[in-house]
Design a protein around this ligand. Sequence first.
Ligand code: ADP
Ligand code: ZN
Length: 326
Amino acid sequence: MSDVQPLSAQSPEDRAPGRPLAGGIEAGGTKFVCLVGSGPDHIVAETRFPTTTPAETLGRAIAFFAPYVGPGGLAALGLACFGPVDLNEASPTYGHITTTPKPGWAHSDMVGPFRRALGLPVAFESDVNAAAMGEYYWVADNRRCSPLVYFTVGTGIGGGIVLAGKPVHGLVHPEAGHVRLPHDWQVDPFPGVCPYHGDCFEGLASGPAMRARWGCPAEELPAEHPAWDLEAAYMALAMANVICTLSPQRIVLGGGVMQQGHLLPMVRQKVAQVLNGYIQSPALLAQMDAYIVPPALGQRSGVLGALALAQQACSAPPCPDRRRPG
Ligand code: ADP
Ligand code: ZN
């Protein structure tokens, strides 16, 4: 994996009027992506490096941002984090990862080290809520789509939601990758790989599930392999669930498995079959291609969502409904 990658010769001073310079971090279980900029059109610096131990990885991220701290420099940081994470600002473990099975990272304080080392406000969000925010905030055509749902189908499956311009928080945060799906054991005797649920959506349809079921990584399965029909079927069931529950105006599907270009049209077609004409909306009939879409920001939805949240954090007072009594 490469180290520092300056993307352009833009300087911090060239930023768009009204948009402060901020930092975005996508903290993933495999790699971290960090950038400094004021928007997708103005990125001053970007780096990515592997996720090792918390001390080493967070130290590397802090060292990347440190030169940009000071007068005229970063106004805030946004941190899009793998999880589950604690987003409740009233909680003693706010800003921590909670129960990840990733060795060494459970209960890690993610926000504290950045605040202490850099002295900046830090907006903290789940990785997929941040990716949903990135797609909503920076993509003009998505701004009229509320709720907007973003799924990543990769090492895990996660689903994030932006409603009325804000990532959805509740009891914790959405965990739409762990919904339960009808599982026909005759057709698919595979038990699933989720350590908590076995055959939840992630257990049946993540990249590791495909690898375990078929004996080779998803990227090596040819387009005509029956794996893809089954994958599209599980994805369509999950999309139908979220369509019936939230009535999203747009669904964005990202993550490594979605890089198979033939998969998205299959998912669209099967969503229409699963819903079976019950929900009457042009989006689900003639306009399905514009309803379930790939990420407009490519692989940068999460880190650019973190940047958007950082900018919001320094321009708006903390939202009262994020706080809970006690
Ligand atoms: P992560 O979820 O760790 O951030 P990815 O979104 O790239 O990273 O997901 C990795 C998973 O996606 C792996 O299980 C891998 O097999 C699968 N994957 C990655 N690239 C492709 C591809 N081009 N086609 C199909 N599957 C892919
Ligand atoms: Zn699960």
